[in-house]
Write a protein that binds this ligand. Structure first.
Ligand SMILES: *Cc1c(COP(=O)(O)O)cnc(C)c1O
Length: 246
């Protein structure tokens, strides 16, 4: 192993340990957790050697925000290098004409943002025999710029949230507003948990909304305090990594 790789292993290793430590502490503070929240390492801007270092350190859940890049990384790593125990999560916007590209490659889509998209995934996952877990992205903060269902849309149409043999709707996802203030961020995360609690009794049997995917590098501790079961963290894992290693 050369010098560069040793440094990466140390740098990313330290970042990973520190994030996990903070995750455990936040979960202990919150009292909402029976299991430790899961870390999805967001690799959308990561170099390949950073991803490989994370894998070497035992990380097995990776998040990509572009369907094309997810498909490429699945092929490169899961198919060609037999990373068979890795879950690739799609966390970014998905257009209906890209669903086919990712089915069979992604374990979980976090960004189901409309009923039309949900129906498309339902149809194709059955047709292709590619089982998939889905999270419904909700625009809790109400910002114009944000993707996602509005809470009322889900509460008015719970019957449309049926899981099928090939598709399991297993929770909700949101993004907090960018803010220096903690309060709007916390309110958004709490809002997602409260929506889940209201929605769960209304949805068809077989749909269990266990997962709350919320929290990124800047706000994951608040998210876990408010009940996040999955955090999606990118930049924090790669801080101090050499930007132009070979
Ligand atoms: C990029 C991204 C993240 C991770 O963001 P960081 O601030 O780098 O941790 C999480 N979720 C989504 C949807 C993203 O696009």
């Amino acid at each position: 192993m050369n010098q560069q790789q040793t440094t990466l292993l140390e740098t990313i290793g330290e970042n990973l340990r520190s994030v996990k430590q903070k995750m455990r502490e936040a979960a202990a503070r919150s009292g909402l957790h029976t299991e430790q929240p899961k870390l999805v390492a967001v690799t959308k801007y990561a170099r390949e050697e950073w991803i490989e270092t994370l894998y070497e350190l035992g990380q097995r859940d990776f998040g990509e925000n572009r369907p094309q890049q997810l498909a490429q990384r699945f092929e490169r790593y899961t198919q060609h290098r037999s990373w068979n125990d890795v879950n690739w999560h799609l966390i970014g916007q998905l257009q209906r004409n890209k669903v086919k590209l990712v089915l069979g490659k992604t374990a979980c889509i976090h960004s189901i943002a409309s009923f039309r998209l949900l129906e498309k995934v339902e149809h194709l996952s059955a047709e292709m025999g590619a089982p998939i877990r889905l999270l419904l992205q909700v625009n809790i903060s109400g910002e114009q710029s944000k993707q996602g269902f509005h809470a009322e849309e889900l509460l008015r149409n719970p019957a449309r949230l049926a899981s099928t043999p090939s598709l399991s709707i297993c929770g909700l996802m949101t993004m907090a507003p960018r803010s220096e203030d903690e309060e709007p961020v916390r309110k958004t995360f709490r809002g997602l948990r409260e929506l889940r609690d209201r929605l769960q009794p209304l949805v068809p049997q077989g749909t269990v909304l266990d997962e709350l995917s919320m929290g990124m590098s800047g706000d994951f501790e608040i998210a876990i305090e408010e009940g996040a079961t999955i955090v999606r963290i990118g930049s924090r894992l790669f801080q101090n990594c050499p930007a132009d290693s070979p």
